[in-house]
Design a protein around this ligand. Structure first.
Ligand SMILES: C[S@@+](CC[C@H](N)C(=O)[O-])C[C@H]1O[C@@H](n2cnc3c(N)ncnc32)[C@H](O)[C@@H]1O
Length: 346
C-alpha cells in the first residue's frame, strides 16, 4: 500500500468502553491498540472493536513493547483520557494524594517508545491548573514536542446534544500544530433532535425484541409525586411544594446539586451527563415531559453514540460506561483535524 493511503495509526490509553476509538475510526484512523483495567468497560470495548489489541490491565504494569507488533513502525496518534475524578469540580472529596492523579505520567513511557506525531490528552478543565499538568507540558517540550495552549472545548459546540466542557491538550512532533488545533464549531443539536423520536419506554427491563437500553427506571411513589410537580421542559425542584422537598434541600436555595429532580429542555442541549445520568437524584436527568429519568438509550444518544453501539453489563455498569465516555462525535470532529495535520506531512 503506498504510504499516503494508509490510515493513520492510533493508540487509545484509558479507552473505557471505546467511545474515543469509535470517534477515531469514524474520522479515518486505524486504532491498533488500547488499554483499560475495568473489566465491564473492556467487555463492551471488545464487543464493538474486536480487531483492536486491547490490554485489560492496570496501565502502571503495561509495557509499551506489548504494542510493538500492532504498531509496526510509526505511531501517528496517542490518546490519553486518564480518569478525571481527581481533578473534577464535581468531586467534593478529591485529594492531592489520590494515586489516580499520577496516571497522566504513565503515558510518558508510550511517548518515549513510539514518538507519536500527535499526543492528545482530554480531561476536565481542573487538570490544567495543576503542577502535574505543567510538568507534563514541560516534559513534552523537553522531548521535542510543540505544545499548544490547552483548549477549552464544549461538546455542544461540536454537534453533541450536551453541555460538556473539557480541556484538550494537543502536542505535535514533525507535523503542523496549527492545523491540528484548528477545530471548527459545528451546528448545534438539541435534546429534541436527539431523543424525541424514541417511543415511550416500558418501565423496567423487558424481554428480548425491544431496545435493551430503552426502558425507564422504576421510581418510588414519592419520586413520581415529585416529578408530577416539576413543570415540563426545563422545570426544577424549586416548584416542589414544601411537603415534597427533601429536608437537605429546604434551606439551600442554590447548591451544586440544585439541578436534582430537574427536567431537561427540548430546545436546549442536555446538561453534562455523569455516571449517575439515569438517576433524577443526581442531576437534571428527568425527561422533558414524562415522569421518569432518561433511559440508558436516551443517555447514549445524548452522548452521541449511534444506536448500533452495543453496551454490555448491568444498568449501573452501562450508565458508568456512558457517563465516563468522551462523546464520540466530539472525538470525531477533533480527530478530523488531527488527521489533516498528520496527512499534510506525508
Ligand atoms: C474518563 S474514562 C475514559 C473514557 C474513555 N476514553 C471513553 O471514551 O469511553 C477513564 C478510564 O480510565 C480507566 N482507568 C483508571 N485507572 C486506570 C489504570 N490504572 N489503568 C488502566 N485504566 C485505568 C477507567 O477504567 C476508565 O475507563
Amino acid at each position: 500500500m503506498p504510504k499516503s493511503s494508509r490510515k493513520p495509526k492510533a493508540l487509545d490509553l484509558f479507552c473505557g468502553s471505546g467511545a474515543v476509538s469509535l470517534g477515531l475510526k469514524q474520522a479515518g484512523f486505524d486504532v491498533v491498540g488500547a488499554v483499560d483495567f475495568d473489566a465491564g468497560a473492556c467487555r463492551t470495548y471488545r464487543e464493538n472493536h474486536p480487531s483492536v489489541h486491547l490490554i485489560e490491565s492496570d496501565i502502571r504494569s503495561v509495557e509499551p513493547n506489548l504494542f510493538k507488533d500492532v504498531i509496526q513502525g510509526n505511531l501517528d496518534l496517542l490518546v490519553i483520557c486518564a480518569p478525571c475524578q481527581p481533578f473534577s469540580s464535581q468531586n467534593k472529596f478529591k485529594h492531592k494524594d489520590d494515586s489516580r492523579r499520577n496516571l497522566v505520567d504513565e503515558s510518558k513511557k508510550f511517548i518515549t517508545s513510539f514518538e507519536p506525531s500527535i499526543v492528545f490528552l482530554e480531561n476536565v478543565p481542573g487538570l490544567a491548573s495543576t503542577e502535574i499538568f505543567s510538568n507534563f507540558k514541560k516534559w513534552l517540550r523537553s522531548v521535542g514536542y510543540s505544545v499548544a495552549e490547552p483548549l477549552r472545548i464544549d461538546a455542544a459546540d461540536l454537534g453533541v446534544p450536551q453541555r460538556r466542557t473539557r480541556m484538550v491538550l494537543i502536542a505535535t512532533k514533525n507535523v503542523p500544530l496549527d492545523e491540528a488545533i484548528n477545530i471548527k464549531t459545528q451546528k448545534r443539536i438539541n435534546v429534541a433532535d436527539a431523543i424525541k423520536s424514541l417511543p415511550k419506554p416500558p418501565i423496567g427491563r423487558v424481554s428480548v425484541g425491544s431496545d435493551p437500553l430503552h426502558y425507564a427506571r422504576k421510581h418510588s411513589e414519592l419520586n413520581i409525586e415529585r416529578l408530577k410537580h416539576i413543570p415540563a421542559n426545563g422545570g426544577g425542584r424549586e416548584s416542589l411544594p414544601l411537603n415534597l422537598q427533601l429536608s437537605c434541600h429546604r434551606n439551600t436555595k442554590k447548591s451544586s446539586f440544585s439541578d436534582t429532580y430537574g427536567r431537561m429542555r427540548w430546545n436546549d442541549v442536555a446538561p453534562t451527563l455523569t455516571t449517575g445520568c439515569t438517576d433524577i437524584t443526581k442531576g437534571r436527568y428527568a425527561h422533558p415531559e414524562q415522569n421518569r429519568a432518561i433511559t440508558l438509550r436516551e443517555a447514549a444518544r445524548l452522548q452521541s453514540f449511534p444506536d448500533t453501539y452495543k453496551f454490555l453489563g448491568n444498568a449501573s455498569q452501562i450508565a458508568t460506561q456512558i457517563g465516563n465516555a468522551v462523546p464520540p462525535e466530539m472525538m470525531r470532529i477533533i480527530a478530523l483535524n488531527l488527521k489533516k495535520s498528520i496527512e499534510s506531512k506525508r
